[in-house]
Design a protein around this ligand. Structure first.
Ligand code: GLU
Length: 483
């Protein structure tokens, strides 16, 4: 069996769509589970869409997510160059070869002529198809005009009759009538190829065995097969994957800020969770299992589990999966990730990171959940005394007043601001006042945090705030209660 070679062939538009990353992932998995090679190829022939730094961003993302290419512009390899704009000479040469073999021809029609043709077919409500005027120019004339410097494009010479088609690994047989196909441009007048030509030439010359790409290329693939056929090349296995949608009718879009890998990292998701989630986006392992590391995906992935239907992106599911990864982290890992969010949320100071981790790890689904949970530390919210009223806790303003009046001196008296001591002081109060735990802890926590939902309880809040701030806040609570 020939060695499996797959490729990821993004255009450097400065934006790695989550659907594109999923294509890269599937291509990577298919290669790696067969001990094959994963290639990165940059498709930059559309010079207008180029964005500076885009290639670096793609390489960084692949490295970061573990989808490390074995060959590519940054690492080289035996099939380079891996950037299409550096392969001009190759396309020109292959286009000449295709002309020789009767699969293409030079077209000298001017832009004006083509515009006029296009306008005519539009007026008739038809899709424009080139009228093939240059298709049957005598070869000597065609060559002579090119050599004389007349501008031309190279067009595909699609057979007038018959059908073209292939069997896609996911979509099955795809066939088109050749009569419906346009003699599309393969090589532009500037010598750069269109995607329609470059993808075939490169996939062949780079010995790609499995082409994984978006299903938007499904309908044009028969045309590519005609090129393979005319060149006498072997057609690779095609695996067209369905799009990633926001809902039944909308694709995930750049504008909504919910479509790129970086968007998700910025929203506090872990790269492992993103990779795991997008693997499941359109692929089913055939079991109910949902958590897979990249390594486990290499083992488990199977093309037959890819779904034909468009995949709907479910942010809640990603969040759920992300939470699984967060729960499974060691305290050190959690802290390493959380630190920058602590810095964002907390006033400068020395914080007990083990305490923060204990408070936040069980309550964090995305790292961006952290700052709002800690917002009470920077500034005590301006709360109303009704906040002390809690039916279930059996607290009201009178209970809160009693508790704070006693808690303030008890905590002030502590020799050290230490977890055990704070805990014991508050639980002694429970006994002395013959109250339930919550009747003491709830008002203290409200006075310390000024909000109902907080990570951790009264003791943790007191520790986090420190002695001085805690005592001031208890005092302020009492003042509010009019004591
Ligand atoms: N450059 C194409 C794109 O970004 C790649 C298609 C392919 O993988 O062949 O859509």
């Amino acid at each position: 069996m020939p060695l499996v070679r797959t490729r990821f062939a993004p255009s450097p538009t400065g934006y790695l769509h989550i659907g594109g990353l999923r294509t890269a992932l599937y291509a990577y998995l298919i290669a790696k589970q067969r001990g094959g090679t994963f290639v990165l190829r940059i498709e930059d022939t559309d010079r207008e869409r180029l964005v500076e730094g885009a290639v670096e961003m793609i390489v960084r993302t692949l490295d970061e997510t573990g989808l490390v290419p074995d060959e590519g512009p940054h690492v080289g390899g035996p099939y380079g160059p891996y950037v299409q704009s550096e392969r001009r000479a190759i396309y020109r040469e292959q286009a000449e070869a295709l002309i020789e073999r009767g699969g293409a021809y030079r077209c000298f029609c001017t832009k004006d002529r083509l515009d006029a043709l296009r306008a005519k077919s539009e007026a008739r409500g038809e899709t424009f198809m080139y009228d093939r005027r240059c298709r049957d120019l005598p070869p000597e004339e065609s060559r002579a005009r090119a050599e004389a410097g007349e501008p031309f494009v190279v067009r595909q010479k699609v057979p007038e009759t018959g059908t073209a088609g292939f069997t896609d690994a996911i979509f099955g047989a795809v066939t088109v009538d050749n009569a419906t196909l346009d003699d599309g441009v393969l090589l532009k007048s500037d010598g750069l190829p269109t995607y329609n030509f470059a993808n075939v030439v490169d996939d062949h010359l780079m010995e790609i065995t499995h082409v994984v790409r978006g299903s938007e290329y499904l309908s044009s693939s028969p045309k590519y097969d005609l090129i393979y056929e005319a060149m006498g090349w072997e057609v690779p296995v095609y695996i067209h994957v369905p799009p990633v949608m926001r809902d039944a009718t909308h694709k995930l879009s750049k504008r909504e800020g919910d479509a790129s890998y970086d968007d998700f990292i910025q929203k506090g998701y872990l790269k492992e969770a993103v990779i795991n989630y997008i693997a499941l986006l359109g692929w089913s392992p055939g079991t109910t299992r949902e958590k897979f590391t990249l390594h486990e995906l290499v083992e488990a992935f199977d093309v037959s589990g890819i779904n034909k239907a468009p995949a709907i992106f479910d942010p809640d599911k990603l969040t759920w999966l992300n939470a699984q990864y967060i729960r499974a982290m060691s305290p050190e890992e959690f802290t390493a990730h959380a630190r920058k969010y602590y810095e964002e949320a907390l006033p400068p100071g020395d914080y007990d990171e083990a305490l923060l981790c204990r408070m936040l790890q069980p309550r964090t689904e995305r790292f961006t959940d952290i700052p709002p949970q800690l917002d009470f530390v920077k500034a005590l919210p301006d709360y109303k005394t009704e906040l002390f009223v809690h039916k279930k806790m059996k607290t009201d303003e009178a209970v809160a007043r009693t508790v704070l009046e006693r808690a303030l001196p008890a905590l002030t008296a502590l020799g050290e601001w230490d977890e055990r001591l704070i805990h014991d002081a508050l639980f002694s109060l429970v006994k002395e006042l013959s109250m339930k735990n919550g009747q003491v802890l709830f008002p203290v926590r409200i006075a310390l945090c000024g909000k109902r939902v907080t990570p951790g309880g009264a003791v943790e809040a007191a520790l986090l705030l420190g002695r001085k701030e805690s005592l001031e806040r208890l005092r302020a609570g009492l003042d509010k209660l009019g004591a």
